[in-house]
Design a protein around this ligand. Structure first.
Ligand code: GDP
Length: 458
């Protein structure tokens, strides 16, 4: 159990708006709000999940008319008593009511504190808490559905099932070592090895989603490269023109001023080094290649722009050499002009499996092909975004890798026949790493589990 004070925060956006909502949560939420609200009923007498109309009073002064919504513990977002006060959305009145609450002993909430309380209160686990933030930060439909899946506990369920298997085996070993008469370890190694292999397979599946998860959440890092005057800047503008995504801070990432975001049918591209593209003053050939090298290195996707109205140059070919092993789309730009290079010529230099798209930054020709290709390169069509669990945070990826590492050590110990007590250390390490993902503590859990399932004290 934990004790908390009562917190308040403005829950709506700052600035003038139709409604400004203040949320108050904690043991004194109802009594404090009662003290500043004058309606037909007292807040403390209202049923949970009901609203009332009245006035917010600072002594005898009416601050505003308001609707209050009362939600009583434990079935609230934070699991605590919660009151939401809807005011007229002027910045001054919202600020006055906040000050009034603070005067009455309520504290201003820290960022994310309501969600933290939901976690501490046991209503949601860490994956769901993170998903709440992801939903708020989602910039595209795809990012939104990935986070909503996580919000509804899908990742928690999958991780929970894996932990269950690991824990069962640990508990079994402990019981068998304690009470060999009732728990046999005959043939246990083979069974354990099989289970561990299955768990590793699942962990691998989750890990595989982490790149896609990152790209859904933060955007596909895209480099636009090509020699000076090929049309990089024009294509950048074409992409930005109709699809520019206004991206605020994405949680856990630093917003780089050299990046711009484009949303293409729900897929976000994070265009890297766009300042470099626009900065034509130092468009010396060599710098072009050097800059391309750097952007290509960190990119998930490379758009190589060629000028179709001129012959290929040594510079083009040099840039092509950087692209090996990268997902690349080659755009033969300026298709509205007479063409001096053909797809065949490009293919000969670039390799036979390259995707080549004729395009014009002036007429917009090829733009639809470009979008379709990006979609098919990154997101398998058959995936149902509404049901797929994605690993979207680096923290979770690391925990999965740690879990996998520990599980592999268990398999090694089994192969070397080291004996059961050796396995439990690594099994518990894996259990703990997986537990980090959902933010669960280890000890209480293990104890509860062993006692409830195995009745050691029989
Ligand atoms: P960058 O140096 O690669 O960024 O190239 P720019 O985008 O600055 O383009 C170089 C020149 O080519 C400019 O004069 C553009 O107007 C022109 N240009 C770019 N794309 C096209 C195109 O598709 N068709 C035609 N006709 N001209 C283009």
């Amino acid at each position: 159990m934990y004790k908390t004070d009562t917190i308040c925060a403005v829950a709506t956006g700052l600035g003038r708006s139709a409604i400004g909502m203040i949320r108050v949560s904690g043991p004194d939420a109802i009594s404090v709000c009662d003290g500043i609200f004058k309606g037909k009923k007292r807040i403390s007498e209202m049923e949970t999940f009901t609203a009332a109309f009245g006035r917010i009073m600072d002594g005898d002064t009416i601050l505003d008319e308001a609707v209050v919504l009362v939600m009583k513990a434990p079935h609230t977002y934070t699991t605590e008593d919660t009151v939401e006060i809807d005011l007229h959305g002027g910045t001054y009145v919202v600020k006055r009511v906040m000050e009034l609450l603070i005067e009455k002993g309520v504290r201003t909430a820290e960022p994310g504190e309501f969600t933290k309380r939901a976690f501490l209160g046991g209503r949601i686990d860490m994956t769901e808490a993170e998903a709440v933030m992801d939903v708020i930060n989602a910039e595209t439909n795809m990012a939104l559905s990935a986070s909503v899946n996580q919000l509804t506990g899908q990742l928690r369920t999958e991780i929970g099932q894996l932990r269950e298997k690991v824990l069962y085996n640990t508990a079994y070993i402990e019981s068998a070592l304690d009470d060999p008469e009732n728990y046999s370890l005959d043939g246990f190694d083979e069974k354990l090895d099989l289970t561990i292999r299955e768990v590793i397979e699942k962990v691998d599946e989750l890990l595989k989603t982490s790149d896609e998860g990152r790209m859904i959440k933060e955007g596909i890092k895209t480099a636009i490269v090509g020699r000076p005057n090929a049309g990089k800047s024009s294509i950048l503008n074409l992409l930005l023109g109709e699809n520019r995504a206004i991206v605020t801070d994405i949680e856990g990432t630093t917003r780089d001023t050299l990046e711009e975001y484009v949303s293409i049918d729900g897929i976000m591209l994070k265009l890297i080094d766009t300042a470099g593209i626009r900065d034509t003053a130092d468009a010396v050939e060599q710098i072009g290649v050097e800059r391309a090298r750097q952007s290509v290195e960190e990119a998930d996707l490379v758009l190589l722009i060629l000028d179709g109205s001129e012959d290929l140059t040594a510079n083009d070919v040099e840039i092509m050499k950087l692209l090996e092993g990268k997902k690349t789309l080659i755009l033969i730009n300026k298709s509205d002009k007479e063409q001096l290079i053909t797809e065949e010529v490009v293919r000969k230099e670039a390799g036979s499996d390259e995707i080549i798209i004729p395009m014009s930054a002036v007429t917009g020709e090829g733009l639809d092909d470009l979008k379709n290709m990006i979609r098919s390169l990154f997101f398998r069509e058959e995936i149902d975004y509404n049901n797929q669990v994605y690993i979207t945070s680096a923290r979770n990826k690391e925990s999965l890798l740690n879990a996998k590492h520990s599980l592999e050590k268990v398999r090694e110990s089994i192969a070397e026949g080291l004996g059961e007590d050796f396995y439990t250390i690594d099994l518990m390490a894996a259990y703990e790493s997986l537990g980090e993902i959902i933010g669960e503590t280890l000890e209480d859990d293990l104890a509860d589990k062993i006692f409830s399932e195995f009745c050691m004290g029989k």
